[in-house]
Design a protein around this ligand. Structure first.
Ligand SMILES: NCC(=O)N[C@@H](Cc1c[nH]cn1)C(=O)O
Ligand SMILES: [Zn+2]
Ligand SMILES: [Zn+2]
Length: 470
């Protein structure tokens, strides 16, 4: 039987068994694997063990790689490694995904409990539904279906799943380097951990921005003070911090740190034309976010701002009063948090140097007697690939089979720190194959994955395996 006939059977079985896979996603969403919260570390570990058990249940050889400790009393979640098939005559595909999620509280403004999967109008709401538990489960679903139907896999598979992606993939690069012999036979890699550019048209992604995250801690007193009793008598940490944070980015979104713009790879004529035919509407994008404005006045420039230029975002101030009401306090210690999304040819090292020099220069100018501590937190490199290779061709053909349309080739503004490492360590091409839609609201309130995207995503992944093995 040819691979096409197999696919029709596989697609039918995916449709008929979709409820089972929604239930798997429900189980996974209920595990609060928030990697940024040390108190949730046991849940991150539990989530990795859960995924290991799922892979085992379909017949993969699995192991957990110990990745050591984040801090003396805080173990890193293990990486899940799975091998499915060892046929020397077949190509080997490495599948990467992550099992940890961003923090979420109902009080943040969710309409439902973030850690309960709730379906409303075909949308599966829950933290991690789209980023990245849904896509990981889509892979597991494909294996379950192929096993059930007794269909031989057209390629060998190797899984690398981790529990720290949302916190910079700490420990994973070392874990991969320690297990190089296990991934040296990989011919292709695929990551499903980003989103379509819109709600209707699928895409394949060939670029990611990197990330450099910073903490700036300023302290002014031993403990919080009364702003009536002490206001006007002490230089305040919060005033210093807000002064610094207001000088990082302009109202037009331009990064004010000297030297950053100069390290950005120049735009070539060939690259410029790539943005013209992409199916993207600025007004729809603005509407989906409910934003009050955009930082560009044409589609091409807006996409470039998201994909090929760096950006700087202010994330929060730890220690500042943020509850409802009007507490009259002078916080004793505040920590500002911001990050830069970096692009070729910026490196985390060069970015750290420029950022730290600039913060030190600002601090000297401020002349405050308070104490400052600048901590570069995690860094991840950008990634840019050639979308004209065999991996992308197989992905594009798979999408055509399921959607009857060719995908757009896109870049992504977010970061998956391990992507470049996987490409370099395996010496083979990586492709990003998103299944979620642009309005999934990853990292935000009411994160969701459309049931249709979930089901069609499984079909695309299955078709991709057959195209790759053809
Ligand atoms: N789906 C990819 C993703 O969301 N990646 C994160 C990675 C990250 C790095 N530091 C914190 N998170 C992203 O924010 O892009
Ligand atoms: Zn993700
Ligand atoms: Zn994420």
């Amino acid at each position: 039987m040819g691979h096409l006939e197999h696919l029709n059977e596989v697609f039918k079985a995916i449709d008929e068994n979709q409820e089972e896979f929604v239930e798997l996603l429900r189980e996974a969403v209920e595990i609060r694997s928030v990697s940024a919260d040390p108190a949730r570390r046991p849940d991150c570990i539990k989530m990795c063990e859960w995924a290991r058990d799922q892979l085992k249940s379909v017949g993969a050889d699995t192991s957990l790689w110990d990745l050591g400790f984040e801090k003396p009393d805080l173990p890193l979640p293990p990486a899940v490694f799975g091998v499915y098939g060892r046929d020397k005559a077949k190509k080997t595909l490495l599948i990467y995904g992550h099992l940890d999620v961003q923090p979420a509280e109902k009080e943040d403004g969710w309409n439902t409990d973030p850690f309960k999967l709730i379906e409303i109008d075909g949308k599966l709401f829950g933290r991690g539904s789209t980023d990245d538990k849904g896509p990981v489960i889509a892979w597991i679903a494909v294996l379950k279906i192929l096993k059930r139907l007794g269909i031989e896999l057209p390629v060998n598979l190797k899984f690398v799943l981790e529990g720290m992606e949302e916190s910079g993939s700490e420990g994973l690069e070392e874990g991969l380097k320690n297990n190089l012999d296990k991934i040296s036979d990989v011919n292709f890699s695929c990551i499903s951990d980003n989103y379509w550019l819109g709600k209707n048209k699928p895409c394949l992604t060939y670029g990611l921005r990197g990330i450099c995250y910073y903490f700036v801690e300023i302290s002014c007193a031993r403990q919080d003070l009364h702003s009536g009793i002490n206001g006007g008598s002490v230089p305040e940490a919060m005033n210093d911090l807000v002064w610094i944070m207001s000088q990082l980015v302009s109202v037009q979104g331009e990064i004010l740190i000297p030297g950053i713009a100069e390290l950005v790879a120049p735009l070539t004529k060939e690259e410029e034309t790539l943005y013209d035919n992409i199916d993207f509407c600025m007004e729809t994008f603005k509407g989906e976010m409910g934003s009050h404005g955009l930082l560009a006045d044409n589609k091409q420039r807006l996409l470039m701002n998201r994909w090929r230029y760096p950006s700087l975002s202010l994330h929060g101030i730890e220690g500042a009063f943020s509850q409802p009401g009007a507490k009259t306090v002078i916080p004793a210690k505040v920590t500002g948090k911001f990050s830069l999304r970096i692009v070729p040819d910026l490196t985390p090292e060069a970015t750290d140097k420029l950022v730290v020099n600039y913060l030190n220069a600002l601090w000297a100018k401020r002349g405050s007697p308070n104490q400052i501590k600048i901590t570069p937190c995690h860094g991840g490199k950008p990634w840019l690939a050639d979308f004209r290779d065999a991996n992308f061709s197989a992905g594009a053909r798979a999408i055509e089979r399921v959607f009857g349309t060719t995908p757009d080739f896109t870049r992504e503004g977010g970061s998956i720190p391990i992507t470049l490492t996987i490409q370099e360590l395996t010496g083979s091409p990586v492709m990003l194959l998103p299944i979620g839609a642009s309005d999934d609201m990853a990292h935000s309130q009411n994160e969701k994955l459309n049931r249709e995207n979930f089901v069609k995503g499984m079909k695309v992944l299955a078709a991709y395996l057959f195209e790759l093995g053809a």
